[in-house]
Design a protein around this ligand. Sequence first.
Ligand code: ZN
Length: 220
Amino acid sequence: MAYQHHWQDGSPIEWPPGKIVCVGRNYAAHAAELSNPVPEQPLLFIKPATALVPMTAPIRLPGGRGDVHFEAELAVLVGRSLTCASRQQALEAIAAIGLALDLTLRDLQSELKANGHPWERAKAFDGACPLSGFVPLRNDDHLDDLRFSLSIDGEQRQQGHTGDMITPVLELLTHISETFTLRPGDVVLTGTPAGVGTLHSGQQLSLELDGRFHVQTSVE
Ligand code: ZN
């Protein structure tokens, strides 16, 4: 079944799924765990809409291509067109927030990086972006004070606080919009905190967004 954006209650969101703009190394502790330097400006890459799958569908690991890593991330659903946007325009364009897994073929990515090649084969494959249902941003939500977490088989593996981002959400949106026009239905992935690791068949994943919702999934 084709992926469609939806609210947490299951009702559909009108905009067609667009591109997913992602930022690498947006949490210092995660950059350090992979021995990567923190970039001077946000390190951007894109996953196509064909990477999207509903978070609740069992995760299918691509076979024969090495380790697949989980990266839990806050996802922002864009609801207005943004080109060279101001912070205020970026704020007004946030239609909703949710959680995503930026699935990464880590062995392949390391090989591509070593050869100076683009990362798409490791990051943009079909199914590389499981995405939860969305919830609207509330008046009392502070974009720089949202917490999210990922547990696997009952053990907490990742815990994120948006206040720890190197480039905070609104700055990230304005920066992205200087290069890529964001359109309604596009999604921005805001980077992963420390704790990434390899997915294994049969694992049960549980993700939580700041008391707003839980979402469960499993690895096929
Ligand atoms: Zn990521």
